[in-house]
Design a protein around this ligand. Structure first.
Ligand code: PLP
Length: 220
């Protein structure tokens, strides 16, 4: 039931803490990335006022239009890219974002490494995995993850973990568990997984970054 005295942000924070506690994990080990795509600055500012500092966008151009002004007004913001990235936008992405969740192919490794070199700025990346082997879905095929990680290592790209968006409409837990296993097999300990509908499950299976949009901002 809706509790008018509890903001969506406070509710999500409490649910994150509860899921972490059940899993024997510290709530501080789970970063809430508030996905503000399609929402204007007026909707974002109240969350900043409640202490939220980490936000995510899925389009470089939209983020460029919204975030420089917000950053001038509010200190300590961290901006994450969660959408597909075209190689020709790599420089823009490196200039604007503090973390990239959608590294999914060798050509993007090359483009991002070049952009980071040029900018003199290291932006941590997650390799996005097409965990349900869906034709229409972004992300690297599971079988290609080791090669992509090797390419990133060769290019000295800072890869910190794996990210996934499981198939819609079926239980997400097996896909989260599989992503966690692939990460462990490859010596990675951060997992960007879990959205509005399934973040508690993701936290219990090891998510370190949950990407939550509609549960915070309402429907898009
Ligand atoms: C939009 C989006 C989210 C947030 O989804 P909600 O269901 O609104 O919480 C998370 N991750 C990615 C990659 C997205 O594009």
């Amino acid at each position: 039931m809706e509790r008018p005295d509890i903001t969506p942000l406070a509710d999500i924070r409490a649910r994150i803490a509860r899921a972490a506690a059940i899993a024997g994990r510290s709530p501080a080990a789970v970063e809430l990335v508030a996905i503000s795509k399609t929402h204007p600055a007026e909707r974002i500012i109240p969350l900043i006022a409640q202490g939220q500092r980490c936000f995510g966008e899925n389009r470089v151009q939209e983020a460029q239009a919204k975030w420089p002004a917000l950053r001038e007004e509010h200190a300590g913001l961290s901006l994450h890219l969660v959408g597909q990235l075209q190689s020709n936008k790599a420089e823009d992405a490196v200039a604007l974002f503090d973390c990239i969740h959608s590294l999914d192919r060798p050509s993007l490794v090359t483009a991002l490494a070049k952009a980071m070199d040029k900018a003199g700025r290291q932006v941590p990346c997650f390799v996005q995995v097409n965990i349900g082997a869906e034709d229409q879905k972004g992300g690297c095929a599971i079988a290609e993850v080791p090669a992509l990680l090797a390419a990133a290592r060769d290019a000295e790209l800072p890869v910190i973990g794996l990210m996934c968006v499981p198939p819609a409409g079926i239980e997400a837990a097996p896909f989260f568990a599989l992503l966690a296993k692939i990460a462990a097999d490859n010596g990675l300990n951060r997992l960007s997984m879990g959205m509005s509908e399934d973040f508690e499950t993701a936290i219990m299976l090891g998510a370190t970054h949950v990407r939550i949009g509609s549960a915070l901002f309402g429907a898009r």
